[in-house]
Ligand binder design. Structure first.
Ligand code: NAI
Length: 398
């Protein structure tokens, strides 16, 4: 019988519990089903579909709105008893099995979304097998690297400040350490690399390829998740390299809007709230902000996990009546996080945190750690241990 071990390096999870991943997908499906159904899209393509925001989007739209979905992600399957692959691999499988049980199409593409070939394979599938054009395209990629499909050059993103170094507290979840980190300002090359990887270029390439192939339905919507944050994280996030990449997505949204005008399509930037994901856990200082914010928001009853936030975005806002937009036309479900009391209390709380008290109940370290663990299938609610072998895992098909 396989033993699943939670193996953390810094704030990166290396271990995985495939059965826990499956249970978490089922928990998220239950969350959506308990909310009932809503009228939404029917044919959805999600780029970055295997974890956190992308996976939550897929679950909400399939089980809330009855959508057929195509999910593109970059994950690894099991090799041997010491290398079981990645959580997203198992999330994809659990999602497909559950969706197919309900009679929904759930096609997984596990490949590099940045390549031209990937886009063409997805397009061929839409044309020949999906049973209709796509009415929603969700762009939810987070990556550290991207190979330019035309030049073959590989770019790396860097989460860095601009101009001045930033000094502040950070948390290491591997050894429960609270330490001072200095984030150096980005070089020109790092800025350019981050724009190339996390900016909107690939989103635009996807939309151009899909439009060119005539697989987008009239009135198609495409969403892209952004983050703006507040003065508490601006120096290293909104005001840093990632912020520049997000601003590039704002610009590309305008280009995509023009591209889609003749089919009445729309590109929508969605400024989402801070949540615990594999991508956000490695943003310097961010975990400290999160344990302050989550404590305050939990007490106010406004703390959300990705599935709660995403389901509210589509059910209540995008396909509902409660959408809030800013002056730039971005959807703003992050208003709960940005609420002035919430921010003031978070600021006061994180100023009090130190190595002695950060895991105590004055903040929400335990919640952050639990949410982080769930991403790899550990500490999952309703989890029941079962016997499973490496052959069982290898036999699973995505
Ligand atoms: P995540 O790390 O949980 O998921 C990233 C997804 O991208 C995974 O499905 C992964 O397989 C896929 N992916 C990565 N490289 C790929 C490649 N080359 N080809 C195909 N798939 C690939 O990330 P998370 O946090 O859900 O981020 C999604 C988006 O949401 C990002 O744009 C992020 O900036 C944004 N966002 C995140 C917030 C947070 O607090 N986590 C807050 C607001 C926005």
């Amino acid at each position: 019988m396989l033993e699943f071990k939670q193996n953390i390096r810094g704030n990166v999870a290396l271990g995985v519990n495939p059965l826990g991943c499956k249970q978490e997908v089922l928990n998220e499906i239950d969350y959506v089903k308990n909310k009932g159904t809503f009228a939404g899209p029917k044919k959805v393509l999600i780029i970055g579909a295997s974890s956190s925001y992308g996976l939550a989007t897929r679950i909400s739209l399939a089980f809330g709105a009855g959508a057929d979905t195509i999910g593109v992600s970059f994950e690894k399957g099991p090799k041997n008893e010491r290398n079981l692959g990645t959580a997203g691999w198992y999330n994809n499988i659990a999602f497909r099995e559950a969706a197919e049980k309900e009679g929904l199409i759930a096609k997984n593409f596990v490949q590099d979304a940045f390549s031209h070939e990937s886009k063409q394979e997805v397009i061929e599938y839409i044309k020949n097998e999906f049973g209709g054009k796509v009415d929603l395209v969700v762009y939810s990629l987070a990556s550290g690297r991207r190979t330019d499909p035309d030049t073959g050059e590989t770019y790396t993103s860097a989460i860095k400040a601009l101009g001045e170094p930033v000094v502040g507290p950070n948390i290491n979840m591997q050894n429960q350490d609270f330490y001072t980190e200095t984030l150096e300002p980005a070089t020109e090359e790092e800025i350019a690399g981050t724009l190339k990887v996390m900016g909107g270029e690939d989103w635009q390439l996807w939309m151009e390829a899909l439009k060119e192939a005539d697989v987008l339905a009239d009135g198609v919507l495409t969403t892209n998740y952004s983050y703006l944050g507040t003065e508490l994280n601006r120096p290293y996030y909104g005001g840093g390299t990632l912020g520049l990449a997000k601003a590039d997505c704002d610009e590309k949204a305008k280009t995509i809007n023009a591209l889609l005008a003749d089919i009445n399509g729309k590109a929508q930037i969605v400024v989402a709230t801070a949540v615990t994901t594999k991508a956000s856990s490695v943003i310097p200082f961010f975990p400290v902000y999160c344990i302050g914010l989550y404590k305050v928001m939990t007490e106010k009853g406004t703390h959300e996990t990705p599935i709660m936030h995403i389901d509210r975005i589509y059910r209540d806002m995008v396909y509902g009546t409660k959408a809030e937009y800013d002056e730039a036309g971005r959807l703003r479900p992050d208003s709960w996080e940005l609420d002035s009391d919430t921010q003031a209390e978070t600021k006061a709380l994180i100023e009090k945190l130190n190595g002695e008290n950060f895991t105590s109940e004055i903040a929400a370290y335990d919640l952050l750690y639990k949410e982080f663990s769930i991403l790899s299938g550990f500490m999952v609610d309703n989890y029941v241990e079962q016997e499973v072998t490496i052959e069982d895992l290898k036999a699973l098909e995505y």
